[in-house]
Design a protein around this ligand. Structure first.
Ligand code: MCA
Ligand code: AMP
Length: 504
């Protein structure tokens, strides 16, 4: 009888009254209370007819109960499918349909919009609000606090995380218990987490960063978390004195550096600041050290792999690099077409292999074969170089991807949307440097002959159909897109032309 992920991350804490989550209002939730809620939720799912291997799609605000739902899914052997709270109904319709979710847990405020989506896909719908209330919470409150963890093997699926793709269709990355466990183990070790650690958690919990890197590592180490609903500089600065570690995307750190209250004195007691999900500018690294005396530890990962590389805890944290492969993870730099390894020091596509690498994309065997090679290496699509000391440098992206404030945006998806808008003949979407988000979205539009494009109307439609972080923040009208002799749009040209789109 075993459930490796539950047995390792959660079971050891079941009888502990020590605090697990410290909330912004000063209250806390014990490990025992958190896991009792999770057991009740597992019972509620079973009562609703949800069985091991089913998918539960979750579109809720961050809350202790939302995290308990993750624990409940692990305990019940159900596949947890968290969805960005910014997704709009048309986007959610795709995820619920594609995943074949058996249960959709959404925010009470959006129930009327979500019911038809769930109904169309033959999926049950229940609600869970940011205050922990809702029909799912009610169903759980009546249940027993005892639930025997459902047997699983380490190769059983634990989660689906959807990641957008270059074709515009999001892909469900299937992650096993072992993917998550091996990564948490490697990170606890690499970053020297202990039960005394208090992690300041201001990340969303619908992506690998906040859910797996932050929460699983804390759980495995037996530490606790200051669990904030979102990143808000005032609350972060107010609660930082009680933390030992903070994890964030680069935007967190640039926003903190813009705040005069973020001082050397405020951070003197901190053990570690970790950054990832997007490139941390060397300049931010240096500014951070000058202000606080701490060197941010930058690491590199992906939804499909969790974390692959990390700067060292005890040795030089080299700005502009993502450090060394984690124990058990292999990396190689390869030629894009042939997948053959390049000599050390050359730039190529980074491949990774290890127990952290996902098992494939849900219902997309061809996509899986394209990206997961027969020898077990996964093609990340990131361009990298490994220096003479073994530090990995991410020098660019082979894939057409924009990362805004740590969220990935695939231009193709936005271009398909824009091409459908009245008066638009064709479009190209690029990322331009942005002072707050690192990069942000610029839409370059070619109008149909003799037509004036109604940008207000396009913006209004985008608001309804696209998650906020994906919406173009600048529109540029051109007569024609630059193309090479093969007819391919030259995005590099466009990036050069519009590189100052967001400079003040
Ligand atoms: C919010 N907005 C954004 C973004 N976030 N626009 C562009 N990029 C963004 N990232 C827009 C909203 O649509 C809204 O627009 C306005 O900003 C205010 O929304 P709000 O939620 O209040 O924004 P915020 O609090 O300022 O959020 C910025 C943020 C947040 C704190 C940086 O985006 C964030 O928490 N990012 C973390 C992402 C993350 O965890 N990534 C990990 C992916 P309007 O007003 O027009 O409606 S996992 C991953 O990448 C791998 C595995 C890895 O390596 O970690
Ligand atoms: P996601 O699909 O959301 O998991 O995003 C993964 C992508 O984020 C990677 O393929 C990289 O392009 C990027 N990324 C994550 N961490 C870093 C980092 N430290 N430096 C540069 N890019 C990063």
């Amino acid at each position: 009888m075993a459930n490796p992920l539950y047995d390792t991350l959660f079971a050891p804490h079941e009888a502990s009254d020590a605090p697990f989550l410290h909330l912004a209002d000063g209250s806390s939730i014990s490990r025992r209370a958190f896991l009792s809620t999770a057991a009740q939720m597992a019972n509620a799912m079973v009562s609703a007819g949800i069985a091991a291997g089913d998918r539960v799609a979750v579109h809720v605000q961050k809350s202790p109960e939302a995290l308990a739902l993750y624990a409940a899914c692990v305990k019940a052997g159900v596949i947890f499918l968290p969805l960005n709270i910014a997704y709009t109904p048309p986007e959610l319709d795709y995820f619920v349909g594609d995943s074949g979710a058996a249960l959709f847990v959404c925010d009470p405020g959006e129930l009327s919009e979500m019911e038809p989506i769930a109904k169309a896909h033959g999926c049950k719908v229940l609600t869970l609000g940011s205050d922990g209330q809702g029909s799912f919470a009610q169903a759980a409150a009546d249940q027993s606090e005892k639930f025997n963890a459902v047997d699983r093997t380490k190769d059983d699926l634990a989660a689906f995380l959807y990641t957008s793709g270059t074709t515009g269709r999001s892909k469900g990355a299937m992650l096993t218990q072992e993917n998550l466990l091996s990564n948490a183990r490697a990170l606890v070790d690499a970053w020297q987490f202990t039960p005394d650690d208090v992690l300041l958690h201001a990340l969303p919990i619908f992506h690998a960063h906040g859910l797996f890197v932050a929460s699983n590592v804390s759980l495995m180490a037996g530490g606790s978390m200051i669990f904030l609903p979102k990143f808000d500089p005032d609350t972060v600065i107010a609660t930082l004195p009680k933390a030992t570690v903070m994890m964030g995307v680069p935007t967190f750190y640039t926003r903190l550096l813009d705040d005069p209250r973020f001082t050397r004195q405020l951070t003197a007691h901190m053990r570690l600041f970790v950054s990832g999900s997007a490139p941390l500018l060397a300049e931010t690294h240096e500014r951070f050290q000058a202000r606080t005396g701490h060197r941010i530890l930058e690491r590199y990962g992906m939804t499909e792999t969790s974390m692959n590389t990390s700067n060292p805890y005890d040795a030089e944290r080299r700005a502009g690099t993502v450090g060394f492969p984690l124990p058990g993870v292999e990396v190689r730099v390869c030629a894009p077409e042939t997948h053959t390894e390049l000599p050390q020091g050359e730039i190529g596509v980074l491949h990774v292999r290890g127990p952290n690498v996902f098992v494939g994309y849900w219902n997309m065997p061809e996509k899986t074969r394209e990206e997961l090679l027969p020898d077990g290496y996964f093609i990340t699509g990131d361009l990298a170089r490994i220096d003479a000391d073994g530090y990995v440098h991410i020098v660019g992206r082979g894939k057409d991807l924009i990362i805004s404030g740590g969220y990935n945006i695939y231009p193709k998806e936005i271009e398909l949307f824009l091409d459908d808008q009245p008066g638009v003949s064709e479009s190209a979407v690029i990322g331009a440097p942005h002072p707050d988000f690192g990069e942000s979205v610029v839409a370059v539009l070619v109008p149909e002959a003799g037509v004036t494009v109604d940008l207000d109307a396009i913006e209004a439609t985008a608001r309804r159909e696209l998650a906020g972080f994906k919406r173009p923040r600048k529109f540029e009208i051109v007569d024609a897109l630059p193309r090479n002799t093969m007819g391919k749009v030259q995005k590099n040209e466009l990036r050069k032309t519009f590189e100052k789109a967001f400079s003040q």
